[in-house]
Design a protein around this ligand. Structure first.
Ligand SMILES: Nc1ncnc2c1ncn2[C@@H]1O[C@H](COP(=O)(O)OP(=O)(O)O)[C@@H](O)[C@H]1O
Ligand SMILES: N[C@@H](CCC(=O)OP(=O)(O)O)C(=O)O
Length: 373
């Protein structure tokens, strides 16, 4: 009997590997470590589990070919490195999985694919079809076209969102560190943590930054575990086989809270509002307490430049952010609609103006500045 049956028995599992586990310090692919990891994933696949593999490393694997010795700071060079590195990574996965007669499919996601309803359904359908065809999806952010304003930035949270998207039973995060420690393990005195049940177990723990090529460090891994909605194991790639077998390696995060929709998670945890819409007290009550859509009649102000479809923050009359949502109008359109009833707008401006400012399905309530579970 495995110590962690939820991992050992998972029928669908998301495994994420960080850049440091897949690439060399010269900024090239580490073929041996990739093959060793693929050995483990292929064995699990052969045992009947559907494996969705979230692979970082595009930028790190593109450094060597571009003659760079470290991760570039500017976005354009990061995009170029990702473009070069991603192709090499997937070429390697293709041949490595082929040793087991397995086919891989590349899935490059943008933040929009998680957030916008139609994109989200599209991504979900694509991954489900790959799994139905027996293909191993290899997921990464589409770094070549991602911009700083709207990107995941780290694959830890992306893995958690992919677990929601695919309704996976568990997540395994493989890093260059074998577990969560009470402090940065590069410093003396840090102790390993076996299990995390909830925020109380994280009190006093120092979550440091990333290593040489990774992004996010422990902060994004802990955040991923918080939002995954299913058990998460964090360990290093060398212990991948043990972790997937449910052996007590690394750190086991018990699922926290209820499963929320991926889109709502993404809106709450990973986006920043591109502008602000100010609500009157009645609209705050309707949106926050009664779960209603935001109508033009309850809007008293608008700040910032945004386009229809962007995430915006909703503020109460005192200026506190109470919710975030995907807006249905450009910033410039809203002043003419504010305070008007939808019936008046439809009659005066046409039926397309009957739509709400933000539909309740595209809203997430934030209380105290953070997401309300
Ligand atoms: N409390 C902590 N416990 C474990 N590792 C930590 C902690 N704080 C900081 N770290 C660092 O986080 C690093 C892993 O994050 P990162 O470099 O982003 O990895 P990856 O590329 O696998 O995503 C480790 O190398 C470790 O030094
Ligand atoms: N999408 C990026 C990786 C971002 C990321 O989270 O990296 P890591 O911290 O190494 O898992 C890339 O492929 O380079």
């Amino acid at each position: 009997m495995s110590a962690r049956p939820t991992i050992a028995k998972a029928r669908r599992i998301v495994v994420k590997a960080g850049s440091s586990s897949l690439t060399t310090s010269e900024g090239t692919i580490d073929a041996d470590r990739i093959d060793a990891l693929v050995d483990v994933l292929a064995a699990r696949r052969a045992a009947g589990t559907e494996v969705v593999f979230v692979s970082s490393g595009a930028i790190a694997a593109g450094l060597g070919p571009l003659g760079l010795s470290r991760r570039p700071r500017d976005l354009a060079t990061q995009q170029a490195a990702a473009s070069v590195g991603q192709g090499r990574l997937v070429a390697r996965y293709t041949s490595s999985f082929a040793r087991y007669g397995l086919t891989v499919g590349q899935v490059l996601l943008t933040a929009d694919d998680m957030m916008r309803r139609s994109h989200h359904r599209n991504a979900q359908r694509a991954i489900h079809q790959l799994l139905a065809l027996g293909i191993v999806p290899i997921v990464n952010e589409n770094d070549t076209v991602a911009t700083d304003e709207i990107r995941f930035g780290d694959n830890d949270r992306l893995a958690a969102l992919v677990a929601h998207l695919t309704r996976a039973d568990a997540v395994v995060l493989l890093s260059d560190v074998d577990a969560l420690y009470t402090g940065d393990p590069r410093r003396p005195g840090a102790r390993r943590i076996d299990e995390v049940h909830g925020p109380e177990d994280l009190a006093g723990i120092q979550l440091g930054g990333s290593g040489r090529v990774g992004t996010g460090g422990m902060v994004t891994k802990v955040e991923a575990a918080r939002i995954a909605g299913v058990p998460v194991v964090l360990t290093n790639a060398a212990q991948a086989a043990s972790a997937l077998a449910g052996e007590p390696v690394g750190t086991y995060f018990h699922p926290q809270g209820t499963r929320r929709s991926t889109r709502h998670l993404w809106l709450a945890h990973a986006t920043t509002g591109q502008g602000r819409v100010v609500l009157d007290a009645g609209a705050v009550e309707a949106v926050v307490r009664r779960g209603k859509s935001l109508l033009p009649a309850g809007v008293t102000g608008v700040e910032g430049e945004f386009a229809a479809g962007d995430p915006v923050d909703l503020c109460d009359p005192a200026g506190a952010v109470v919710a975030r949502g995907l807006v249905n109008y450009d910033a410039g359109e809203i002043p003419d609609l504010m305070g008007r009833s939808t019936r008046w707008l439809a009659r005066e401006l046409g039926p397309e103006y009957e739509r709400e400012i933000i539909h309740r399905d595209d809203l997430v309530i934030l209380e105290g500045g953070g997401p309300h579970e």
